[in-house]
Structures are given as structure tokens and as C-alpha cells.
Design a protein around this ligand. Structure first.
Ligand code: FE
Ligand code: FE
Length: 164
């Protein structure tokens, strides 16, 4: 793919995000299943719904830009999710597993926050106000998810510390 200008880089990074979000939709049901805390389980299920909306938003953006969302694999997300998979294969105490799942999920959220923040800023520089608005809705959801996970960790980490 040609990379001549900031718009090309924007499209490239949006493709990366499209791949990342699609990978996340496959991982979240497994994380919900692995979680013992009902709140954490619910949190993963809620974020799965949000993630599907985020994919629809990206598709809307690609339509706007008259570009295809396909053609890239997000290796960063692949690695993060691979580490999550490793964790889930461990024979861990339920509270310890939950603490680990939060840790894995927050790495994913921080990756997304960095990526969405960057593309939002590119789109702003390029004067694409409609794209900026759509990206900001998602960016807000990712930040809220990260904060919710921090809230859950306050109790779950303490329970993990008491386990076994
Ligand atoms: Fe997302
Ligand atoms: Fe997310």
C-alpha cells in the first residue's frame, strides 16, 4: 500500500483497528466464560456488544473514506490476546484468574485508547469532522471500559491476595 501522506497512514491504522476489534470479538466470549465474578463476566459481555458497535462505526468510516476495511492483521492485538489465552490455560484460583483477566483486558483497552486517540487526531488534522465524531464515541467507550476494569480490580485484587 502507498504511504504518501497522513491520509494513507490514517487508513492503514484504521485497517489495523478493524482487525484488532474483530479479534477482540472472538476473545471476549472466552474471557467472559473464564471469569468467576458475575460483575466481571457481565463487564466482558457488555463490552462485546460495544465492540460490535465499534466495528459498525469503523465500517461507516471506511464507507465515508471510500476505502476497504480489510487487508491488515493487527499483530499487536494478536500478541495481547495470545497472552490472555496463555493465562486462561493456567490452573488458577478463581479470584487470581479474575485478577489476571482484568490485567489482560486493561492491556487491550490501553492499546485501543492509544490507537483511537492517534487516528482521531489525524482525522482532526485532515478536517474530517464526521470521522472525528465517530472515533470519539469509541474512544470514550474504551476509556470508560478501562475505568470500569480499574474499579472491579479494587475488590478483585484484594480477593486474589486472600486466595488459597
Ligand atoms: Fe474496541
Ligand atoms: Fe475495548
Amino acid at each position: 500500500m502507498e504511504m504518501e501522506n497522513l491520509k494513507d497512514l490514517l487508513v492503514d491504522e484504521l485497517k489495523d483497528l478493524y482487525s484488532a476489534e474483530n479479534q477482540i470479538t472472538k476473545a471476549l466470549p472466552k474471557m467472559a466464560k473464564a471469569a468467576s465474578s458475575p460483575e466481571l463476566k457481565q463487564g466482558f459481555e457488555d463490552h462485546l456488544k460495544q465492540t460490535k458497535d465499534q466495528i459498525a462505526r469503523l465500517e461507516q468510516i471506511f464507507k465515508e473514506l471510500e476505502e476497504s476495511p480489510k487487508g491488515k492483521k493487527c499483530h499487536g492485538m494478536e500478541g495481547l490476546l495470545e497472552e490472555g489465552k496463555e493465562l486462561m490455560s493456567e490452573d488458577a484460583e478463581p479470584e487470581v484468574m479474575d485478577a489476571g483477566l482484568i490485567s489482560a483486558a486493561q492491556r487491550v483497552e490501553h492499546y485501543e485508547i492509544a490507537a483511537y486517540g492517534t487516528v482521531r487526531t489525524y482525522a482532526r488534522l485532515l478536517g474530517m469532522s464526521k470521522v472525528v465524531k465517530l472515533l470519539e464515541v469509541t474512544l470514550r467507550e474504551e476509556k470508560e471500559t478501562d475505568e470500569k476494569l480499574s474499579g472491579l480490580a479494587e475488590e478483585i485484587n484484594v480477593e486474589a491476595e486472600k486466595a488459597a
